[in-house]
Design a protein around this ligand. Structure first.
Ligand SMILES: [Mn+2]
Length: 443
């Protein structure tokens, strides 16, 4: 990194509706990765010229201790993570003045304001002034998970697996989606961990990021749940299951579910270091199209259909993403440097522009694999009117099933030297195994 200072901004508390009423606290993931302290009001730096590592923070005043109880000092906590040098926050300006400061993209407005004042620059200059080489170095280190990180990711995936099993066991017709969304949080909170992102719990699985929980579950519906927990060390889990509200899938639901499951297995079998995730995505697209041709919703040659983009009628998003301390790992560093690189740029074509990871996999990466089939009435109308994909899509049959909904199956994997390992306790994923759980739950 040459000379100057590497700056790591720690997150502060963030107000909801008045200053002292805060959102649940979450430390910045890069700060956690390098400095380990999960509490607000800290910044840190690595001085490339002196070799010093410093944490800046203020000890609590007696007035504050009245409200919080006694807390370890900044020096005591820093010593535990191997940092000997600590300073109060008011020393930061002097330390950084007239130095070359490398920083990562800023995503919290209070940090933009803080940096603008620190360097006497405009907000726009701060937002654009991050260090590209710093991003690349951090992305390279955080991408490859150590054994300790993998064990924490296993823990997150196991709690996540338990969330999904609980929903499969407790869902029944007449319940509201929000009752099940509350079970997601309950399973995590009962183990003293948080959820890793706002859960999707919906009978309208075709709405990709649906955060509405007001629908009532009815017989004949499928429930799609995309949810995850954090581990105690704040690593993320992220899984999806789709299951029938009845004890069994309808015949078309089962046919399409099995197509998605077949593509899921094919991607898992092909995952290994050196393969491009983009190629896994395209493999999955081809298998989805082959299945959709068997069902009669598509026609023509699968390879040609995928080359033309016709599969995006059913699979509009990407196969998966990197995962770690963030559920979309390091997304604030920019997809161009995390899921892609200088050799492989992201496509802007519909479908591929939503593929968060395209580059070659390496041992130690952790990724999600989440193929799906989504039938979106608005998309059918638009594409049919445009005359696109007439050679590949059986519009008359598709229109009959315009209200079908959506199916996704998602699991988390660590890339090993010769393949991929499932993270967390294995959870039912075949249609038969899911129906057995539903039958037991409803009997
Ligand atoms: Mn995911």
């Amino acid at each position: 990194m040459g000379t100057g200072v590497l700056l790591f901004l720690g997150n502060k508390e963030s107000s909801i509706n008045f200053k002292d009423n805060w959102y649940p606290y979450r430390q910045d993931s890069t700060f956690l990765y390098y400095f380990g302290l999960n509490l607000p009001g800290l910044h840190a730096l690595i001085d490339l010229d002196s070799g010093k590592e410093i944490i800046f923070g203020d000890d609590l005043t007696l007035d504050e201790i009245v409200w919080t109880g006694p807390q370890p000092t900044i020096a005591e906590m820093s010593a535990k993570v191997g940092i000997k040098d600590t300073y109060t926050l008011d020393k930061m300006t002097a330390y950084l003045s007239h130095r070359e400061v490398h920083y990562l993209p800023v995503y919290r407005p209070e940090h933009t304001v803080f940096m603008a004042s620190l360097f006497n620059r405009s907000y726009a200059e701060i937002d654009l002034g991050y260090s590209l080489s710093f991003i690349k170095e951090v992305a390279a280190q955080r991408a490859v998970k150590s054994p300790e990180e993998l064990s924490s990711l296993h823990e997150a995936a196991s709690i996540t697996s338990q969330i999904h099993l609980t929903l499969m066991q407790q869902a029944k017709a007449g319940m509201k989606e929000y009752e099940l969304a509350s079970r997601v949080r309950q399973v995590a909170h009962e183990q003293n961990v948080n959820i890793s992102f706002q859960p999707i719990v919906t009978i309208e699985g075709q709405i990709l990021h649906n955060h509405y929980y007001g629908n009532t579950l009815s017989g004949g519906d499928m429930l799609l749940c995309d949810a995850g927990a954090e581990s105690s060390q704040l690593y993320a889990g992220d899984m999806t299951r789709t299951f029938p509200v009845d004890s069994t899938f309808s015949s078309l639901q089962k046919e399409l579910y099995d197509v998605v499951h077949r593509s899921h297995l094919a991607a898992i079998a092909a995952m290994k270091p050196g393969i491009k995730f983009l190629d896994l995505h395209l493999l999955v697209c081809r298998i989805l199209v082959e299945g959709l041709i068997e069902v009669g919703l598509m026609k023509g040659q699968p390879e040609e259909a995928v080359a033309a983009g016709a599969h995006t009628m059913f699979f509009q998003c990407g196969l998966g993403h990197m995962m770690g301390l963030d559920v979309h790992d390091m997304e604030n560093l920019g997809e161009a440097h995390v899921g892609y690189n200088d050799q492989l740029k992201k496509s802007d074509a519909f479908g591929l522009k939503s593929l968060r990871l395209g580059k070659e996999l390496a041992s130690g990466y952790v990724v999600t694999v989440e193929p799906g089939i989504y039938i979106i009435p608005e998309l059918i109308k638009k594409l049919k009117a445009s005359g696109d994909y007439n050679d590949f899509i059986n519009y008359s049959l598709l229109e009959k099933h315009a209200d079908f909904g959506g199916i996704r199956i998602e699991d988390d994997f660590a890339i090993t030297p010769d393949g991929a390992q499932l993270l967390g306790r294995p959870l039912a994923s075949t249609s038969d195994d899911i129906e057995s759980i539903r039958k037991a739950a409803l009997s």
